[in-house]
Design a protein around this ligand. Structure first.
Ligand code: SAH
Ligand code: F3S
Length: 485
């Protein structure tokens, strides 16, 4: 168990899979079962895949036993995520014993690295498709139909699926994800993403705005703009971010940056909440902070991973900023957006991390007092700079003890932040029944904290309501619906 939220375990990779259902009017009678693991981007990608396959006549099912095609959208971020997927694939393979016509495919981040093994050695799957090759699925499936194994793991310089209208697979029909960039150029030394998802490229802003308007017209109330590093969004007519210098002067002059995109979306759908993830400290501009402050519908919440509080470790991680620069950014956020919630990602036990470095992490947390965080033990990933050049030399018990100290501290800070909201009236977007009781609603406030309150009978999921905060745990705010405040 490596991932924690508010000091409480919420999900780890073993629990992130979720099966989804769509129905298709132009059915070919075939059924797709798709499971997604890992980050929000993978869930958004599965919606692109469902869209591409629905054009081919596939409808989806939540029951694997009735599927003709089973797809697993995979995650490589930590070793554990990969182990989980392997276990799942073995389980799928057993189903195949009873359903010889069933086809099984692996999508996403594990595709490139494990394609030979899965297809040839272990013969677990029929189809392997990387994150930039989903448009090729219909052709690949034709190959599979003829009894061949099919593979496309080519990474692209242009693919953003800008024109694919995702089939929304989420259950609530209130909140949705919209991808704005693909890939990552940051090359953090621990991270496998630049290898599995390729170079960074941004999506045409017009198609992003259109997708948001379309969501609004279909009743959605909240959109989260997604990228590995949203602050580095840059549209200059297409192409890789790294080639921007070579663009024409006209293209440069009319370039759209992330702050511009935020404003475009905020103005296009003024009645929708706008969130975004993930922000990268070195690329976050004050223009973005001002956009958040100036537009009521852009939520006061920033997910700002730091990974470590030690400048030495940050340098070894190639994070592109020091502890002091991060603190200066936090100070600017507090000044420009006074009521802004901030969350983090943290890694315990990076190669060479000393007790002193770990203390720096704890004191940074004390300074920021994050609302919540996602905390991990360092996991060496193949091909990364850290794997090639650094020794994974922090013993597992030490990593784990440091992680526990980080989690404990975060629990204290989450509780403190939540307590500070008691007595305030928050606007909450109702998402559905609370986990514990059908008599209660749950939804998030502007700061992205879950709020639970009793139903009164006059409100429904998708409504924005005012809730007075009465009590809290470290993970949740508890309140009462109010009408006149
Ligand atoms: N920018 C990305 C980060 C993706 S990975 C985003 O959109 O979220 C999410 C988090 O996983 C990272 O911030 C980091 O804290 C953690 N992580 C990545 N590689 C890791 C590794 N090798 N070991 C442990 N944690 C890792
Ligand atoms: Fe990974 Fe760093 Fe990019 S964590 S996704 S290389 S910003």
């Amino acid at each position: 168990m490596e991932q924690y939220h508010n000091g409480n375990k919420v999900i780890d990779e073993t629990m992130q899979g979720s099966a989804t259902v769509i129905n298709n009017v132009n059915s070919n009678g075939k059924k797709l079962y798709i499971e997604s693991y890992g980050c929000q981007m993978n869930f958004a990608d599965s919606e692109v895949v469902a869209s591409i396959l629905s054009e081919q006549g596939y409808s989806t099912t939540r029951n694997m036993e009735e599927a003709d095609l089973v797809l697993l959208n995979t995650c490589s971020i930590r070793d554990k995520a990969e182990q989980t997927v392997r276990k799942r694939l073995k389980a799928f393979h057993q189903v195949k014993d009873n359903q010889p016509n069933l086809k099984i495919g692996v999508l996403g981040c594990m595709a490139e690295r494990v394609k030979d093994k899965l297809l040839d050695e272990e013969k677990l799957v029929d189809l392997v498709v990387g994150p930039d090759a989903y448009r090729d699925l219909p052709n690949l499936l034709e190959e599979v139909e003829t009894g061949q194994k099919a593979v496309n793991v080519i990474l692209s310089k242009e693919e953003t699926y800008a024109d694919v209208n995702p089939v929304r697979l989420g259950q609530n029909k209130i909140t949705a994800f919209v991808s704005i960039t693909r890939g990552c150029d940051n090359m953090c030394t621990f991270c496998v993403v630049p290898f599995t998802r390729g170079r960074e490229r941004s999506r045409n802003p017009q198609t992003i705005v259109e997708e948001c308007i379309n969501l609004y017209e279909n009743g959605y109330k909240e959109v989260t703009l997604l990228g590995q590093n949203v602050d580095s969004y840059l549209w200059y007519g297409g192409g890789l971010k790294k080639d921007f210098d070579k663009a024409s002067d006209i293209a440069k002059a009319s370039a759209v940056y992330f702050a511009d995109l935020l404003k475009m979306v905020a103005e296009a759908v003024p009645n929708m909440r706008i969130r975004f993830s993930t922000s990268n400290p070195q690329d976050m501009s004050d223009d973005v902070l001002h956009a958040i402050a100036n537009y009521k519908n852009i939520c006061n919440y920033i997910h700002l991973p730091v990974q470590s509080g030690s400048t030495k470790v940050l340098k070894d991680m190639n994070r592109g900023h020091t502890r002091e620069e991060y603190i200066a950014l936090i100070d600017r956020i507090r000044k420009i957006i006074p009521d802004c919630a901030i969350s983090h990602d943290m890694i315990a036990g990076f190669p060479g991390e000393t007790e002193e470095d770990h203390k720096d992490t704890l004191t940074l947390m004390d300074y920021v007092r994050y609302n919540f965080g996602y905390m991990f033990i360092y996991s060496e990933r193949p091909n990364t700079y850290a794997a090639r050049k650094m020794e994974d030399n922090v013993p597992h018990e030490v990593k784990n003890r440091r992680l526990q100290e980080i989690i404990k501290k975060q629990g204290e800070h989450s509780l403190e932040r939540n307590k500070a909201r008691i007595g305030k009236v928050d606007e909450v977007l109702i998402e559905g029944n609370s986990k514990r009781s059908d008599e209660q609603w749950c939804g998030r406030n502007d700061q992205n904290t879950m709020v639970v309150f009793d139903k009164t009978g006059n409100e429904k999921p998708g409504d924005f309501v005012k809730v007075r905060i009465d009590d809290c745990t470290s993970a949740t705010l508890l309140g009462t619906l109010t009408t006149n405040e």
